[in-house]
Design a binder for this molecule. Structure first.
Ligand code: ZN
Length: 203
């Protein structure tokens, strides 16, 4: 079926194509360069919602339980996910603190909440207030949510401190790793074309 008013540009060579609605599992390719234009994913909404809810639970665990316990000469110190951020603030490096806070806590949280805010009502045929704006924000958060960079920093610190102190990873660290995986899976399950299509249908 052709949707006459909908046209899509190939992101590789800019050739314009008329949009056809695809069946589940089908994939549209550029007729000039062969790049994938879009694919229809099976049960995209349900999978994305379930993965976003999982991410939200993992986010709560990662932010409330101890991240790492250090033991040095009998002195035990427990740190939280946010401890690194406060350390930066206390040392006057607030730009760095803000960057870490944004990339590891604020943007991932906004992304999860934004996904649920748009997808859950649409699944029940109701269009939430400012849905388009919020969904654009979700797509923007993709660029700024860089939890893997935070994790890389943690790994470097652990390797450096391993000889000096005893380090015990906490519940939050495991939850944080699982959160990175769950959020990546939610991204891959999400089908933006279907979200925009449903938003257009429900007015
Ligand atoms: Zn092309």
């Amino acid at each position: 079926m052709t949707m006459p008013h909908l046209v899509i540009a190939c992101h590789e060579c800019d050739l314009l194509h008329r949009l056809h609605s695809l069946r589940y599992g089908e994939r549209a390719k550029c007729s000039r360069c062969g790049a994938a234009l879009y694919a229809r994913k099976r049960d995209s909404f349900l999978h994305t919602i379930l993965l976003a809810v999982t991410s939200l639970i993992l986010f709560a665990l990662a932010n409330s339980f101890p991240f790492m316990t250090f033991e040095l000469h009998g002195r035990v110190q427990q740190s939280l996910l946010s401890t690194g951020v406060w350390e930066f603030f206390e040392r006057g490096m607030w730009e760095l603190g803000l960057l870490v806070l944004a990339a590891s806590i604020v943007f991932p949280f906004l992304k999860i909440i934004g996904m649920l805010y748009v997808l859950v009502p649409l699944e029940f045929h109701y269009r939430p207030w400012k849905a388009a704006l919020v969904f654009r924000m979700v797509e923007q958060c993709q660029t700024w949510a860089m939890m893997d960079v935070y994790l890389l920093g943690v790994i470097v610190a652990v390797v450096k401190l391993a000889d000096l102190a005893i380090l015990v990873p906490g519940v939050a660290l495991y939850s944080f790793v699982a959160l990175i995986i769950a959020l990546a899976a939610a991204d891959s399950a999400l089908d933006p074309h279907e979200v925009w299509e449903r938003m257009e249908k429900i007015r």
